[in-house]
Design a protein around this ligand. Structure first.
Ligand code: SAH
Ligand code: SF4
Length: 454
C-alpha cells in the first residue's frame, strides 16, 4: 500500500511541477514513506534521515532549500517525536493527509517553518486526489479499502491507519477504467483488510446498500483490457461465499490467495484476537481450493508471540505441513508500543524467537521450492512487466505470482505470453516463449503443494 500511496503523492504534486528523480541530491523535496508494522521497519526511518542529512546541508550551503518530509504510519504514530528528534525534518504527515500535500508544502514554504499533520479528516481523501497515473508497467495497485477494526493484540494498523473504510464501487471502477485505458492489464486491489470491503453500491444499482469484494471483482473483471485481478491482504474471518465462488467463476481472478494464519495454535490465535481457530482456517482453505483447485496459497506467520510454548510452535509447523504454502512471510513477534500484547508479561526471549523463525522458514522455503519445481515442464501464461537484469531478458509474473525470466524483446512488455517453464531458482522461474498467442489463466496450472510433501 505504501507503493500505491507514494504514487498518489507523486500524482498530487505533479500539477505543482514536481517530477520524480532517481537520487536525493537532485531533489527539492524528499518524502520518506514509512512503515510502523514492526520495530525494524520503524527504525529505518531514523537511519534514512541520517543518510539524507548531508544532501540537505549541501543544498543549504548552496543557498537552496531541500524540504524533507516523513509520511506514512511512523509519521502517524510518532509525529511529534520525529519533529523533536530530527530538526532537519520540515514536514510530518500521516496516511490520511496525502490530498493536503500541496497545502502543507505551501505552509512550509510560506512560513519557512515546519508542519505536522496527523489528523484523521472527515472528508474522503480519495475524492480529493487527482486521477491515479498508476505505475509505469502493465500491473497497478488500487487501494479499495483502508484501516482496520479488528484489533489483533499485536498490531498497530487500527491505530495508524484508523477505522475501516471502503471506497465506493463507482470510484474504484473509475480508477481501474482509467488505468486500463492507460495500458494496465493487471490490478491488485489493496486494503489492510481487503476482503472486509463493503463499498457503496454503484449508481447503476441505485446506490442501494453496499457491495462486498466478490461482487466488486466480478464488475472489475468486465472492464475492457483488465485480464488479471488480484487482491491483498485478506483476513480469514472475511472470506464470504461470494468471494469464494468468484475464485471459481471469474477467470480474470488469479489463482493466488494471501491469507494470514499467524499461528497454528488455538490458544495463541485466541490471545492474538484473530477470531478463528486452526481448524476453521484449514476448512476455509479446503473450501477455496474446492472452488479453484490450482489455488496457490500464501500466508503470514508470527513466531514468539507472548506465551507461545514449544508445543504451540510445533502446532504451527504441523498446520503448515498439512496445508502447504506456495509463498510465505514470517516474522519474529515485535512488540509495538500501545498494543495490548506489548505489555504482556510472558515475552519470549529473542534467541528462542530466532530459533523458531529459522525452523519455520526452512519448512516454508522448502514448500516454496517444491511448488516452483512442480511448474517445471508446464506452460504458464506470463504477463511481462519489465526488462530483466541481463541484456535481452524480460521478467513477468505467472498466475501464481512467481517471477518468470525469459529471453525476449522489450516489445513483449505489457503482453501475456505462454511460457514453457524450464528451470527454477530460489525465488523465480525461467523458461522460453512457447507461442505468440494471448493466454488465459486457466490454460495450464501447477498443482498445489501436496499436503504430505514435506
Ligand atoms: N490485515 C492482515 C495483516 C496486515 S499486517 C491480516 O490480518 O491478515 C501484515 C503482517 O505483519 C501480519 O499478518 C503479521 O504477520 C505481521 N505483523 C503485524 N504486526 C506484527 C508485530 N507486532 N510483530 C511481528 N509481525 C507483525
Ligand atoms: Fe492488524 Fe490485520 Fe489484525 Fe487488522 S486484522 S489488527 S490489520 S493484523
Amino acid at each position: 500500500m505504501n507503493v500505491y500511496d507514494s504514487g498518489r503523492m507523486a500524482d498530487v504534486l505533479a500539477p505543482l511541477g514536481y517530477v520524480l528523480v532517481d537520487a536525493p541530491d537532485e531533489a527539492d523535496l524528499v518524502i520518506l514513506n514509512t512503515c510502523h508494522i514492526r520495530e525494524k521497519a520503524a527504525e529505518k526511518v531514523y537511519s534514512e534521515l541520517g543518510r539524507i542529512r548531508p544532501y540537505k546541508l549541501r543544498r543549504e550551503a548552496q543557498g537552496d532549500r531541500m524540504v524533507v518530509a516523513v509520511a506514512g504510519c511512523v509519521a502517524q504514530a510518532e509525529g511529534e517525536e520525529i519533529m523533536r528528534r530530527q530538526p532537519l525534518v520540515d514536514m510530518v504527515f500521516g496516511p490520511q493527509a496525502y490530498h493536503r500535500l500541496p497545502e502543507l508544502l505551501a505552509k512550509v514554504h510560506r512560513r519557512d517553518g515546519r508542519v505536522l499533520d496527523t489528523d484523521f479528516p472527515v472528508e474522503d481523501k480519495f475524492d480529493r486526489l487527482p486521477k491515479s497515473m498508476g505505475t509505469k508497467g502493465p500491473s497497478a495497485f488500487v487501494t479499495i479499502q483502508e484501516g482496520c477494526d479488528k484489533f489483533c493484540t499485536f498490531c498497530v494498523v487500527p491505530y495508524t491507519r484508523g477505522a475501516e473504510f471502503s471506497r465506493p464501487v463507482d470510484q474504484v471502477m473509475a480508477e481501474v477504467e482509467h488505468l486500463a485505458q492507460a495500458g494496465v492489464r493487471e490490478v491488485t486491489l489493496l486494503g489492510q483488510n481487503v476482503n472486509a470491503y463493503h463499498g457503496a453500491a454503484p449508481a447503476s444499482h441505485g446506490r442501494d446498500g453496499s457491495w462486498g469484494l466478490g461482487q466488486l471483482i466480478r464488475r472489475v473483471a468486465g472492464i475492457d483490457g483488465i485480464d488479471r485481478i488480484r487482491y491483498t491482504t485478506s483476513h480469514p474471518r472475511d472470506m464470504d461465499e461470494r468471494l469464494i465462488t468468484a475464485h471459481r467463476d471469474v477467470p480474470e481472478l488469479m489463482p493466488y490467495l494471501h491469507l494470514a494464519l499467524q499461528s497454528g495454535a488455538d490458544r495463541v490465535l485466541e490471545a492474538m484476537n484473530r477470531q478463528h481457530t486452526a481448524e476453521s482456517y484449514i476448512e476455509l482453505v479446503e473450501r477455496v481450493r474446492d472452488a479453484r483447485p490450482d489455488l496457490a496459497l500464501s500466508s503470514d506467520f508470527i513466531v514468539g508471540f507472548p506465551g507461545e510454548t514449544d508445543r504451540d510452535f510445533e502446532d504451527t509447523l504441523s498446520v503448515v505441513r498439512q496445508i502447504g504454502f506456495a509463498q510465505s512471510f514470517s516474522f519474529k513477534y515485535s512488540p509495538r508500543p500501545g498494543t495490548p500484547a506489548a505489555d504482556a508479561g510472558n515475552q519470549i526471549p529473542d534467541n528462542i524467537k530466532t530459533e523458531r523463525l529459522h525452523a519455520l522458514q526452512a519448512l516454508l522455503n522448502k514448500q516454496q521450492r517444491d511448488f516452483n519445481d512442480q511448474c517445471v515442464g508446464k506452460t504458464l501464461p506470463v504477463l511481462f512487466e519489465k526488462p530483466g537484469r541481463h541484456d535481452g531478458q524480460i521478467v513477468g509474473r505467472s498466475p501464481y505470482l512467481q517471477a518468470v525470466h525469459v529471453a525476449g524483446p522489450a516489445s513483449l512488455l505489457g503482453t501475456i505470453k505462454q511460457i514453457f517453464i524450464e528451470q527454477t531458482a530460489a525465488n523465480s522461474l525461467s523458461g522460453r516463449i512457447e507461442s505468440q498467442s494471448v493466454a488465459t489463466a486457466r490454460d495450464v496450472s501447477c498443482s498445489h503443494v501436496a499436503t504430505n510433501a514435506v
